[in-house]
Design a protein around this ligand. Structure first.
Ligand code: AMP
Ligand code: MN
Ligand code: MN
Ligand code: MN
Length: 282
């Protein structure tokens, strides 16, 4: 069974529409796909509609990826199987989207100070959904010829400690776990090895996430060393956390593909172990 529990549409910083994304997953014979847009559930209804109208086989899991502040880091918490229609969740996410808009104004002001004008309007134009991202600023900088690629845009302007970085004022990990919990979902610590943390700090992060009521951690991601995957599997087992896997797909490129290269090591308990998946999928 091909399972991918982390992906993005153009409702946040992905490039495919929800319809294009579920078609791509279906064509690649992904059996189970979670759409986990940043701080947004906007794409889920469109994706469900496309699956129903076009009679696709892929099963869609309602997800979200919530940004949190932890020390000086931005830690992402994925929620799986959330009730996308939960009014409380929707109003909570609306406040995160407002935080995003406020941050965008401050990023644009910093960019203007170093000579890049028009970034707020430019980023807004590139954002198709409500979730305004640093990726939209990166695209604006590339289109304007200020930098040549995403890496340079983040390194020079948008990443922590770069020229136009703004500490965003996200919610805490505890709040994100609570939001997901109260919307009936399972909270999963996203890509623990992508925060530039030492092993000691990763363990501290996992401890605190578990203490906050977190249920799982992402163990398998693409482009990961076997060592790193084994280490994350060990953390999952040691902390009695369920294991998740996801491509974190944002766009078509030779580096990333839905459902590719993300099988879990055998010894962990998959987060989907008690989900009602169709007999013929398992
Ligand atoms: P935001 O949610 O607006 O803070 O933007 C963070 C997003 O930027 C992440 O979810 C990634 O998709 C993307 N990102 C972060 N770092 C980089 C990087 N160095 N190069 C390209 N994309 C990045
Ligand atoms: Mn992203
Ligand atoms: Mn993330
Ligand atoms: Mn993601």
């Amino acid at each position: 069974m091909k399972i991918d529990l982390h992906s993005h549409t153009n409702c946040s910083d992905g490039e495919l529409t929800p319809k294009e994304l579920v078609h791509r997953a279906n064509n690649l014979q992904v059996d189970v796909l979670a759409i986990t847009d940043h701080d947004s559930v906007e794409g889920l209804n469109l994706a469900h509609q496309a699956i129903a109208q076009d009679n696709l086989k892929v099963k869609l899991i309602n997800g979200v990826e919530i940004s949190t502040a932890w020390h000086s880091f931005e830690v992402h918490i994925v929620g799986l199987n959330i009730d996308k229609d939960c009014p409380q969740l929707q109003s909570r996410l609306a406040s995160q989207l407002a935080t995003r808009r406020n941050r965008a104004e401050r990023i644009a002001a910093k960019l203007a100070k170093v000579g890049v004008e028009g970034a707020l309007e430019g980023a807004k134009k590139l954002a198709k959904g409500q979730s305004l991202s640093r990726v939209h600023f990166a695209k604006y900088l590339i289109n304007k010829g200020v930098v040549s690629d995403f890496d340079a845009a983040f390194k020079k302007y948008l990443a922590r400690k770069a020229k136009a970085y703004v500490a965003p004022g996200w919610i805490t990990i505890e709040q994100a776990v609570q939001w997901i919990d109260e919307a009936g979902g399972q909270a999963v610590l996203a890509h623990p090895s992508r925060y530039d943390l030492s092993n000691k700090w990763i363990r501290k992060l996992i401890d605190e996430f578990k203490a906050a009521g977190g249920k799982g951690i992402e163990v398998s991601l693409p482009r990961q060393s076997p060592n790193e995957r084994q280490q994350l599997a060990k953390y999952a087992i040691d902390n009695q956390l369920l294991a998740s896997q996801g491509s974190d797909f944002h766009r078509i490129s030779r580096f990333s593909e839905l459902g590719r290269n993300i099988q879990l090591p055998e010894k962990v308990t998959p987060i989907w172990h008690d989900w009602a998946l169709n007999e013929d999928m398992v």
